[in-house]
Design a protein around this ligand. Structure first.
Ligand code: ZN
Length: 418
C-alpha cells in the first residue's frame, strides 16, 4: 500500500474540528457489547471517531513516525484473522456494574467477534487487549526446583523449569467520568488538567465534552495467569495474586538496590505452587516505572540518596524522592483493581504483597482479601534493606520488623499514600 506522507495543508487535521457525526454511540458499562458500542480511535476516518486520543497509547507516537517516514499507510487496517484470544475472559457482572471498571475496555479482547458487523461496515475498531498462551522461564524458578521448593508436574511447571501461563496485554482505555469519580475531582477539572499537563496534546479533552472515553498515551499492563483463567472468577478456587508495578532496573536487569524482582519471582513461585495445589495464580504487571515517576527521576533519587550526609538511610528514603519529584509516589492505585474486576475476581485468598496502598485499593473496590503473603527474609538482597526498612517505617507494609520511625515521621508529618 502506498504511504500517505504528503504534507499539504489539507492533510493537517485539527481533531477539534471533526464532529464525528457518523460515529457509533458509546454507553459505558452497558450490559452487552452491542449496547456499549465499539470504541473507535482511528485517525484514518475522523468522522468515525468516538474517543479522544488514538489506539496503542504511547506507541501512537511511533506510529506517527512510521507514517512520517513512509513505512506505514495511515489507512492500514489490521487483519485480525486468527488473532482471537486463546482463553475467553468473561463477560462478568463487573463489566456492567457502574464504576467497577473505568480504565480499560472489558470488550477490548473480543472486538473482532462482538463488533464483527461494525468491522464489516468499514469501522476501524482495534483490540485493546490480546490474550495468548506462553511459557515463563526464570532462573529463580529453576533454582527453586533445584532447592526442592518447587516440583515440575509436567502441566503447570515443565521439567525444563518453564511455567505454563495464559497472559494478556492490556492497553489503557479511560472512561473520564469514572476516572474523575475515582480521584474525587470533577470531570471538567480532570479534562482541563489532562489537557494542560500534556501540553495541549488532546484539544478534544476541553472541546468535546460529548466524547467521554480517552485513550491515554501511557503504558498499559500485562497479566500472567497460572492455571485455568476461568477459575479466577470462582471464589471457591484459591487465588494467589500479586499486583506488581514495573521496576525495569530490578525486574529485568537485576538491580541490587531494591526488592522488586525478588518480590516478583517469589510471587511467581507462589502462583505456580497455588496452581499445583488446585488453585489459580495471577500476576498483574503494570507499566508504572519507578512509582510512575519514570527512570530518570528514579536514578536521580538513587544519587541523592547515596550522596547525602550520613549515607543512604531509611529515614531519608521517601524524603529524597519527594525533593526530586515533588511527591513520593504517582502510581495512585485507584485504577489498579479494574483489571481484577475484568477477570471477574471477587476474592483473593493469598495476596503476595505487603503494600497497604495496594491492599486498600483492592479491598476498597469490593474484592475480599484473605491472607497477605510476605517475602521470605532470605530472598531480600542486602543492599535493599534500606528500602524495606523505610517502607516498613512509613506504614507501607503491615508485616515484618518495624525500625525506629521517629526521624521519618518528622520528615514527613503528612500522609504517605500508604
Ligand atoms: Zn525496584
Amino acid at each position: 500500500m502506498a504511504a500517505d506522507t504528503s504534507a499539504t495543508p489539507r492533510h493537517i487535521r485539527l481533531t477539534s474540528h471533526s464532529r464525528g457525526r457518523n460515529a457509533p454511540a458509546v454507553q459505558w458499562a452497558a450490559t452487552t457489547a452491542a449496547e456499549r458500542g465499539p470504541l473507535i480511535g482511528t485517525t484514518g476516518e475522523p468522522a468515525h471517531r468516538n474517543v479522544i486520543g488514538t489506539h496503542s497509547g504511547s506507541y501512537s507516537v511511533y506510529r506517527a513516525l512510521a507514517i512520517a517516514s513512509g513505512a506505514l499507510s495511515r489507512s492500514h487496517r489490521a487483519d485480525l484473522t486468527n488473532t482471537s484470544p486463546t482463553d475467553a475472559i468473561g463477560p462478568y457482572p463487573q463489566w456492567s456494574t457502574p464504576g467497577a471498571i473505568v480504565s480499560l475496555d472489558p470488550w477490548g479482547a473480543a472486538v473482532a467477534d462482538v463488533f464483527a458487523d461494525r468491522l464489516a461496515e468499514g469501522f476501524d475498531i482495534r483490540p485493546t487487549i490480546a490474550v495468548t498462551r506462553a511459557h515463563v522461564i526464570l532462573p529463580e524458578v529453576i533454582e527453586a526446583i533445584a532447592k526442592g521448593r518447587l516440583q515440575p508436574d509436567g502441566h503447570f511447571l515443565l521439567p525444563t523449569g518453564a511455567a505454563v501461563v495464559s497472559k494478556a496485554a492490556i492497553e489503557p482505555v479511560w472512561y473520564l467520568p469514572g476516572v474523575a469519580e475515582r480521584f474525587g475531582c470533577s470531570q471538567t477539572e480532570l479534562r482541563r488538567v489532562l489537557f494542560e499537563e500534556t501540553g495541549g496534546m488532546y484539544p478534544e479533552l476541553v472541546t468535546r465534552p460529548d466524547l467521554e472515553v480517552f485513550l491515554p498515551p501511557i503504558g498499559g499492563q500485562t497479566i500472567y495467569i497460572f492455571g485455568n483463567p476461568a477459575d479466577l472468577a470462582d471464589p471457591s478456587v484459591e487465588l494467589t495474586a500479586r499486583v506488581h508495578d514495573e521496576c525495569n532496573g530490578s525486574d529485568v536487569f537485576g538491580s541490587d538496590i531494591c526488592t522488586c524482582r525478588p518480590y516478583l519471582t517469589h510471587a511467581i513461585e507462589e502462583c505456580i505452587l497455588g496452581a499445583q495445589n488446585g488453585g489459580v495464580g495471577l500476576v498483574a504487571y503494570s507499566r508504572k516505572e519507578g512509582r510512575a515517576l519514570g527512570e530518570v527521576t528514579k536514578f536521580l533519587v538513587y544519587n541523592a540518596r547515596k550522596r547525602q550526609l550520613g549515607g543512604d538511610t531509611a529515614d531519608q528514603y521517601f524524603a529524597r524522592t519527594e525533593c526530586v519529584a515533588g511527591v513520593q509516589d504517582m502510581r495512585f492505585q485507584e485504577l489498579m483493581p479494574d483489571v481484577l474486576h475484568w477477570l471477574g475476581i471477587t476474592k483473593i485468598h493469598r495476596l503476595v504483597s505487603m503494600s497497604n496502598m495496594k491492599y486498600d485499593a483492592i479491598t476498597g473496590s469490593g474484592i475480599e482479601v484473605g491472607e497477605r503473603v510476605n517475602i521470605p527474609d532470605d530472598l531480600i538482597p542486602a543492599d535493599a534493606r534500606v528500602e524495606i526498612d523505610a517502607k516498613t517505617a512509613a506504614g507501607y507494609f503491615t508485616l515484618g520488623p518495624v525500625p525506629d520511625v521517629t526521624a521519618l515521621r518528622e520528615v514527613k508529618g503528612r500522609e504517605l499514600h500508604s
